[in-house]
Design a protein around this ligand. Structure first.
Ligand code: PLP
Length: 469
């Protein structure tokens, strides 16, 4: 393995080298840590000081992490209550912090790294494309974007695709498309339908339109007034919904077939069928937000396939480019026909580099054998979690589909999440903070799932400790 240093200001690194910036010195990094999937190895080269830090394997935060965390606290706007881990490299389902501690990743960068970390085909797609063309904007045509759209259309209900850079942007575009569709298809209406229906426990993003469709009060209230005209109904409640989806009023209904952030709640077939039929009756569009549950996570390519109900619009993001920022809005021809040049756009969206990465991700995930493996592993994970945790008095339910799994507790989940992390397992919370969310890379092995379940089981006692305080 070679480390190339061309000057003080430029560091070229091979895949296993990671660098730390010293922002307070305002210069490029002087320290480079080498990871072999284990403890950093001491080495030195030219003007680079490399250290082999202590790796206690416990919660102690040694100097290097501390430096990064302190710098983050000084230089980055404080929107994230981060956990005290500075991650430096990854391979497969394993992540390594700057002190070289290994973590089994059941968070996947919040359901993003479907192929795990540094998948060789993904790396090749990125490197090959970076060597040719990264970005040209949407002023011009580019091949990876058109290819990706073609592939997404070929494997979905959709006829056309609009690219964005994130999930919230995909929903933002869907909001605009729905409003435009209503104007376009009802030209004689003095006031076309402009309102939206969303549901309890929904999460659709943080920009002003998507935020207006997101139910969590604490995300919304500091920024009000949000986009007007959104009615929230109870997720799954057919009777409450029936009267409120109205012709001439409701532009679209936004729903996650399986709610991720909100707590791993699955819609019933009956509920989605009902939404489809009332939307059709009322001339409203049905939008499935599959930003988190789509693209293989449930063992189906699209979560809605399990229900046999199809939307007019589907939004995607997280795993599509395997960790590079992307979003996509998939639409039927009927919706697309309402959209004209200039109605929406983005400088970065659909860039060549990102789309080439996404082509590799999509090609791998949509293979039937891959999807079957996700289903089987999801089933297996739920079974072993039930065996190991089912009898614990704090566990109310273990639910989910494929590798989108929630463990609902009767107490806050964060002590358990912290204890798991200290034992080398990364998991997330969801819902009102009482749900452990497990969204491992889709390539995880049964052996790794066993290891995750064992750590979870061994960490459960922390919930009792908290009881007695
Ligand atoms: C269902 C759903 N929609 C939208 C979003 C927003 O995506 P992003 O964070 O990429 O803007 C998320 C993010 O968690 C999500 O889970």
């Amino acid at each position: 393995m070679t480390l190339l240093i061309s000057s003080n200001a430029t560091v070229c690194q091979s895949l296993n080298f990671r660098q730390l910036v010293h922002p307070d010195r305002g210069e490029w990094p002087r320290q480079i840590f080498r990871f072999n999937g284990r403890k950093p190895i001491a080495t030195s080269c030219l003007n680079v000081d490399v250290q082999a830090p202590e790796s206690s394997g416990k919660i102690a935060v040694v100097r290097e992490s501390k430096e990064v965390m302190e710098a983050e606290g000084r230089f980055i706007v404080g929107t994230y209550a981060r956990v005290p881990v500075v991650l430096a490299s990854g391979k497969g389902c394993k992540l390594y912090d700057v002190e070289g501690r290994e973590y089994l990743d059941c968070s996947s960068g919040i359901a993003v790294n479907a192929l795990g970390h540094c998948d060789p085909d993904w790396v090749k797609a990125v490197v090959d494309q970076a060597n040719v063309l990264t970005h040209v904007s949407n002023v011009y045509y580019s091949i990876p974007q058109v290819e990706l759209a073609k592939h997404l259309v070929a494997c979905s209900f959709a006829d056309r695709v609009f690219f964005t850079n994130s999930g919230t942007e995909a929903n933002e575009a869907a909001i605009k498309f729905a409003r435009k569709y209503q104007r376009y298809s009802n030209p004689n209406d003095a006031e076309p339908a402009t309102e939206f229906i969303s549901f309890s426990n929904s999460f659709h993003g943080r920009t002003m339109g998507a935020l207006a469709l997101t139910s969590k009060e604490q995300y919304r209230s500091p920024f009000e007034p949000l986009m007007p005209g959104v009615t929230f109904l109870e997720y799954g409640n057919i009777n409450a919904t029936r009267e409120l989806i109205q012709r001439g009023k409701t532009a679209a209904v936004f729903v996650e077939p399986i709610q991720g952030e909100g707590g791993i709640y699955s819609a019933t077939k009956e509920f989605l069928e009902f939404l489809r039929s009332v939307c059709d009756d009322a001339g409203a569009l049905l939008v499935f937000d599959e930003v988190q549950c789509g693209l293989g996570r449930t063992g189906y390519l699209w979560a809605h396939e399990a229900y046999g109900v199809f939307p007019d619009i589907m939004t995607l993001a997280k795993p599509l480019a395997g960790g590079l920022p992307i979003g996509a809005v998939l639409v039927t021809e009927r919706v697309a026909s309402a959209i004209n040049y200039g109605d929406h756009g983005s400088t970065f969206a659909g860039g060549s580099l990102v789309c080439n990465a996404a082509l590799t991700v999509l090609e791998k995930i949509l293979k039937p054998a891959f999807l079957v493996s996700v289903s089987k592993k999801g089933q297996y994970f739920k079974e072993i979690l039930n065996q190991r945790l089912g009898g614990n008095s704090h566990v109310k339910e273990i639910r989910g589909q494929g590798l989108l799994i929630g463990i609902e507790l009767d107490v806050p989940a964060s002590p358990l999440v912290d204890a798991c992390r200290n034992a080398g397992l990364l998991v997330l919370t969801a819902g009102k903070g009482n749900i452990v969310r497990l969204v491992p890379p889709l390539i995880i092995t049964e052996q790794e799932l066993d290891a995750a379940a064992e750590i979870l089981q061994n960490s459960m006692s922390v919930l009792d400790e908290n009881d007695s305080k």
